[in-house]
Design a protein around this ligand. Structure first.
Ligand SMILES: *Cc1c(COP(=O)(O)O)cnc(C)c1O
Ligand code: SF4
Length: 346
């Protein structure tokens, strides 16, 4: 079985009803579609609201856009000094070498940039300029490969890129953001792992997954290979209506990460990407869900809930409201909602 890419292939695989073909063709004409074999297998055809299907199978709801949605929701373009680089924070840059992914998420925040009609792969000349930019900026401590999904590159191409970074002394950490260990776990083999480590820098891999079922035994084994090789893993998830917006699913997802030796890192509030209104929930709902995790599961399982401020202002932590100051005294709330003066009155 190979990756499903057209509405006809989705219909043939039993993932969309034949009578929906025409509307799905319209969605596919606008936004990229791909479902890897591992994810297609994971979809429960009998469940009309299957959380895996909802992430990858196109839906007519994507044709509806709302006024607040934006082509470039997190303002990448405003902070791109050279093609392929986003430099928003002083000490780290994004390096977007590819705009291809092994699956296309229906809620993708870069959906106008990724896929066959997206920004494509950097030309050798553009890559040259991107590396020159990193080399010329000694304040860049970390290079974050994202895209697109950098792990779609062959081991040979990745090790070429990593060798370019190895000679830039001020870069100490290389981070990859990827879905590959879960959606194409067999790709995580010895040669790919060697390529990820070819820079000689400290390597972090942030796995994007949104539902505990994505952490299949094969996915967990792929992550174990990465972690056993000395790579540190982090998680990255998007809070999505109908996929993980309930306390049990979120708790199970965070536990699945920790059981896989992946430290929960970010839980993103959904971005204002076009045609994604059906996935969005309010900040209030998000905060209540995240606050509910605190008392319920281990501290190891707590992600940081963040919002990328539209326009390119960066990420803001949506911290729970646990401390208040009134008339010079502090009040701290516990996980049950009880309130305590700090410092305590004797
Ligand atoms: C999200 C992001 C980063 C990474 O931020 P961290 O908080 O370090 O994970 C870096 N650069 C840009 C432009 C980003 O959008
Ligand atoms: S893997 Fe990331 S960049 Fe690719 S479609 Fe999904 S959210 Fe977008």
């Amino acid at each position: 079985m190979s990756t499903l890419r057209t509405p006809a292939e989705l219909a043939e695989a039993g993932l969309i009803a034949p009578e929906r073909l025409a509307e799905i063709e319209r969605v596919a004409g606008r936004y990229a579609v791909a479902i890897s074999p591992a994810m297609a297998d994971l979809i429960d055809r009998a469940d009309p609201s299957d959380p895996i299907a909802r992430q990858f199978v196109p839906d007519a709801a994507e044709l509806a856009t709302t006024p607040e949605e934006r082509q470039d929701p997190i303002g990448d373009l405003a902070h791109s000094p050279v093609e392929g680089i986003v430099h928003r924070y002083p000490d780290r840059v994004l390096l977007k070498a590819v705009h291809v992914c092994p699956v296309y998420c229906r809620f993708c925040f870069r959906r106008e940039m990724v896929g066959p009609q997206g920004l494509g792969t950097l030309t050798p000349e553009a890559l040259e300029k991107a590396f020159a930019y990193i080399a010329d900026h000694p304040e860049i401590w970390e290079v974050i490969l994202t895209g697109g999904d950098p792990l779609v590159l062959s081991a040979r191409r990745l090790s070429e890129l990593m060798r370019r970074l190895s000679v830039i002394d001020h870069v100490k950490v290389v981070r990859f953001h990827t879905r590959v260990p879960a959606v194409e776990p067999h790709r995580i083999d010895e040669s790919l792992i060697a390529a990820l480590k070819a820079s000689g820098k400290i390597v972090y891999v942030a796995l994007h997954a949104n539902h505990p079922r994505e952490l299949t035994p094969e996915a967990r084994a792929a992550c174990a290979r990465l972690v056993d090789s000395g790579i540190v893993m982090l998680s990255q998830s998007v809070l999505l209506r109908g996929i993980n917006d309930d306390p049990d699913t979120l708790a199970a997802l965070m536990r699945a990460f920790v059981e896989t030796r992946i430290r929960p890192y970010y839980l993103h509030h959904p971005d204002l990407a076009p045609g994604t209104g059906h996935f969005r929930l309010s900040l209030e709902e998000g905060r209540a869900l995240v606050a509910g995790l605190r008392g319920r599961i281990s501290g190891l399982c707590q992600p940081t809930y963040v919002l990328d401020i539209p326009g390119g202002y960066g990420k803001a932590v949506i911290a729970p409201d646990t401390v208040k100051q009134q008339d010079g005294c502090w009040t701290v709330s516990d996980f049950r909602g009880g309130e305590h003066a700090y410092p305590p009155e004797h």
